[in-house]
Design a protein. Structure first.
Lengths: 192, 192
């Protein structure tokens, strides 16, 4: 089981955004959608043991967290609009401090990074971290930022987290997730 | 320099498709758009030495090939709609047997896989191929299929091509490109 958390610094926190403007009015929701799909989707199947939580920090009511769970999500397709439609639905319903299911495998609650860090340990995917190929035992929960760097407040929260790098190039968050899961797939299959 | 060719078995060959329906009416153009972006985009930059050619086999006038060149493309963004808008523009202009530029770094011509194979050598990314990590000298041109398997006619054309696998899981084409480029990035940076 591998868990991902991705911070969406500008992503809308209500359901009024347009599926036709994910990169604009929705606050770079496109990045987050690709991260969901990289975390959960194989070519013709779902990574049932994985989940991906998006911490949304845009207007009008941040922070909210939307969690996609591979073992229960249904009809998730690999195009950006598919997870975006689930996000739109999840962000349209009233929510409190506990997760509320908006669709099978898609749940929403108020709260963000602070609470997630109280509930579990995360490693940070960071271009200055230790090469994942040189780590004997990889952790099972990872934190990434969207197209923006972590803010100073976030950096303070995660300063004690271990840091891992997927390679020498600075990549989009979804590409980093894909490479990390490849390393884990290889280890699980004895390919390393 | 790394070149990718991706076969789009159902992708429209005119510019009438909607940017709001890439996975449907456009014939799974979403897969091809993500492949373009995986081939060419870094987090905040372009892989200027790379190119990505899409062989489009859907209605109404297949085959056509649209080539995105990293060294000259401008304003390519990482969301699916961005390369799709270039594709729509390229497929809307008349074209012949030679590449015609539709926008900087985006060119279109008639013809498909047969011609590309006459012009250069390609390795096939295939889950049954040799593990890329076990190959001393990786080639610089790769061929992939979209969400469908290669047809029997395509298999006949590529039966003599070397085959490489990026890992034990069967992945979407864009994820395979991302992993392959990570391996090449590592070798170029001395990380291997």
């Amino acid at each position: 089981m591998v868990s991902f958390v991705v911070i969406g610094h500008t992503a809308r926190t209500d359901g009024t955004f347009s599926l036709n403007d994910l990169a604009g009015g929705a606050g770079r929701m496109d990045v987050l959608c690709r991260c969901v799909n990289a975390s959960l989707l194989l070519s013709h199947g779902v990574r049932e043991d994985n989940d991906c939580s998006l911490v949304l920090l845009g207007s009008p009511s941040p922070p909210k967290t939307v969690k996609f769970s591979g073992n229960t999500v249904r009809s998730l397709n690999p195009d950006e609009r598919s997870p975006a439609a689930f996000l739109k639905k999840a962000l349209a319903i009233p929510c409190g401090s506990e997760f509320r299911e908006a669709a099978p495998g898609v749940a929403v609650r108020k709260g963000g990074l602070n609470r997630l860090l109280q509930e579990g340990s995360y490693a940070v995917l960071d271009e200055n971290g230790t090469d994942i190929r040189n780590v004997n035992l990889l952790p099972s929960a990872f934190l990434l930022s969207d197209h923006r760097n972590f803010t100073d407040d976030e950096k303070a929260l995660i300063e004690d987290c271990p840091r891992f790098s997927v390679g020498p190039a600075v990549l989009h968050a979804d590409h980093a997730i894909t490479i990390l899961l490849n390393e884990i797939d290889r280890r699980n299959a004895g390919w390393r």
